[in-house]
Write a protein that binds this ligand. Sequence first.
Ligand SMILES: Nc1nc2c(c(=O)[nH]1)N[C@H]1C(S)=C(S)[C@@H](COP(=O)(O)OP(=O)(O)OC[C@H]3O[C@@H](n4cnc5c(=O)[nH]c(N)nc54)[C@H](O)[C@@H]3O)O[C@H]1N2
Ligand SMILES: Nc1nc2c(c(=O)[nH]1)N[C@H]1C(S)=C(S)[C@@H](COP(=O)(O)OP(=O)(O)OC[C@H]3O[C@@H](n4cnc5c(=O)[nH]c(N)nc54)[C@H](O)[C@@H]3O)O[C@H]1N2
Ligand code: SF4
Ligand SMILES: [Mo]
Length: 701
Amino acid sequence: MSGEGRPGRQRESTTHCPYCALQCSTVLSGERGGVAVRPSADFPVNRGGLCQKGWTAPSVLAVPDRLLTPLVRGADGVLAPAGWDEALDLVAGRLRELRARHGADAVAVFGGGGLTNEKAYALGKFARVALGTSQIDYNGRFCMSSAAAATTAAFGLDRGLPFPVTDLDGADVILLAGANPAETMPPLLRHLEDADLVVVDPRRTRTAERAALHLSPAPGTDLALALGLLHLAVTEGLVDKEYVDARTTGFDAAWETCAAWWPERVEEVTGVPADDLRTAVRLLGGARRAYVLTGRGAEQHSKGSDTVAAFVNLALALGLPGREGSGFGTLTGQGNGQGGREMGQKADQLPGYRSLADPADRAHVAAVWGVDARALPGPGRSAYELLDALGGDGGPRALMVFGSNPVVSAPRAAHVTERLKALDLLVVADFVPSETAALADVVLPVAQWAEEEGTLTSLEGRVLRRRAHLTPPPGVRTDLEVLHALAVRLGQDAGRFPVRPREVFDELRRASAGARADYSGVSYARLDAGEALYWPCPAGGDGAAHPGTPRLFLDRFAHPDGRARFASVDHRPSAREPDETFPLYGTTGRVLAQYQSGAQTRRVPELVEAAPETVVEMHPDTARRFGLADGQTAEVGSVHGATLARVRLTRTVRPDTVFVPFHFPGAGRANLFTGDALDPRSRMPEFKVSAVRVTPAGERP
Ligand SMILES: Nc1nc2c(c(=O)[nH]1)N[C@H]1C(S)=C(S)[C@@H](COP(=O)(O)OP(=O)(O)OC[C@H]3O[C@@H](n4cnc5c(=O)[nH]c(N)nc54)[C@H](O)[C@@H]3O)O[C@H]1N2
Ligand SMILES: Nc1nc2c(c(=O)[nH]1)N[C@H]1C(S)=C(S)[C@@H](COP(=O)(O)OP(=O)(O)OC[C@H]3O[C@@H](n4cnc5c(=O)[nH]c(N)nc54)[C@H](O)[C@@H]3O)O[C@H]1N2
Ligand code: SF4
Ligand SMILES: [Mo]
């Protein structure tokens, strides 16, 4: 709580870290230029811990190249400072012109999972109402979409962790499939200390080093591995038959495919010894309290949603989901990766997890927005498909980006960059000159996390308050103010796009009332009073406040019959497997000291020192085979393109695999070698598997 204006005491504000979905609670003090951060002592998720990114977050508030004035690209092709009216008039005028000439879908919007609930909600409404376009999607498509597709199908509802993080404290065994929290959510480890960890990762990560058992499959083979684990659960007699009968459907059909995945066959496909598979299943099946958790390593594949489904099948067979003290979950990534996927910035979605394809959902939201439901557009393209279509035949001619840096983070980045350049108008709202902002026709400088109010929903489904410690610097506006000003210029009533976060939140409560992600019982007042509110939290009908829902599915799953669904899924290869020309698996992911596209963390000196440039991690045997030495600059190339990276030799990675972090710009972008294969259900790109060769830089065959 902020103690503003208390005499004789330093002003402090309790808020949350700007980065990942763990949303560690922090206390800010000091004035602009000298803001200090410390972890709050009493928040149960981080328990007084922060990672290096959290400790250094205040320095982004005062980076030397902070955007403090709108920029407009002049006739000379250079971005030059402009006034707000000039910039907004220009944007609105061009948008109107393009819409008149090419139709409403000529204008597209790209959002982000780092936006607060209020901003994500306002952005979706702005696209559908002020622009009337169907063309909106967001970077969560690259992040949570496979897990969301699979868990919605299985449980009827997608909340990353359907239980509080602190439930993990009591676990005996936790299987982590493709997650490296020791680098991506360090304070989470405090909740994993007492459990035996089974870590599935082609690298022996810092997380795997703490594991009781490390399974190291070839990239892209988790689906076979999960099918094999279910096979063993059955043959070892570990299935919870009573639970399967009472709480699920579809087991027999699921068994049909995994019956053929006996351990030796799984070993052949994944490289994981059959004995280790048996040990894993016995650990999990023998535990009283066990959890299965997935991360991006299992999800960012052209078969990511089927892979998550196979891990859900395993958890269901063992009777874990919907029981206190055990469960299935996925570790959501971005600060508001959970709320951001419920508030209507996804191509097919309205606030509260309502569906654009459902007439009753459309009618409810249209009534809250005061528009005719028939005027709401239908579902649009998914993130990669949207970026791929920019500036092409029948594709959008203008794009507005709020909270993403796709020049670095989108798959097949060179192609995406070309598409962005082909636009008639690119508008980027950001607080730093990101690589995407550098291509824009108009750049709008916005406020940062510590300068604004709002709410975010963390990976455990708890709604949290972000609080302003500073006022935004002169010349900077909030995202909500930008959307308001543009909507008015596009002919909307001033009252339809409020600028006060609290007002937007009250509207989104109404828009989500009665929906799957129901926030109608959550209020700033309740959050500020310190209540821990997890959605769904409907408004109490008889005046009684609903306590929220820390644990979902304890009595029933969210399908009409109350049962969870096993999925019938089978293994298949990745879109492109290694061959003679591209003999290695190239996989990508994160390092501790950098965040995402690096737009924020590459501006923090301590973090740059810790992780200055793109590296390619490879096994010494692999380096020898391809004539490479530690520290040398190499080219990591695929059929799509090549990345320059410094060779880092390590025995922690499989000899058939190289690993490249995706946080760096220019020629060091990992996404120069990733491709355009998408999961057919979730439209998730295959970030985790490319077929690559690694050659000394400048010596490509
Ligand atoms: N330091 C840091 N922390 C972050 C972020 C960040 O950028 N930096 N981003 C946040 C966000 S948005 C997200 S989504 C999360 C992501 O958090 P994680 O999912 O933990 O992160 P990744 O490094 O992308 O992938 C995890 C692991 O997957 C492994 N992997 C690669 N291919 C495969 C495969 O085929 N199968 C399996 N089983 N594993 C594979 C990689 O070796 C890697 O160790 O982190 C959040 N926290
Ligand atoms: N190869 C490879 N590529 C990947 C991944 C991978 O594992 N491998 N992971 C994918 C995943 S999981 C994710 S989540 C994406 C993330 O990648 P991006 O979508 O690029 O995410 P960020 O780097 O966080 O970009 C956020 C941008 O918005 C700005 N910003 C932050 N907050 C706000 C705000 O409130 N308002 C506005 N207007 N701007 C804001 C930041 O300064 C930054 O420039 O990358 C994906 N790309
Ligand atoms: S773990 Fe995530 S939320 Fe916590 S300090 Fe680090 S980046 Fe921030
Ligand atoms: Mo993510």
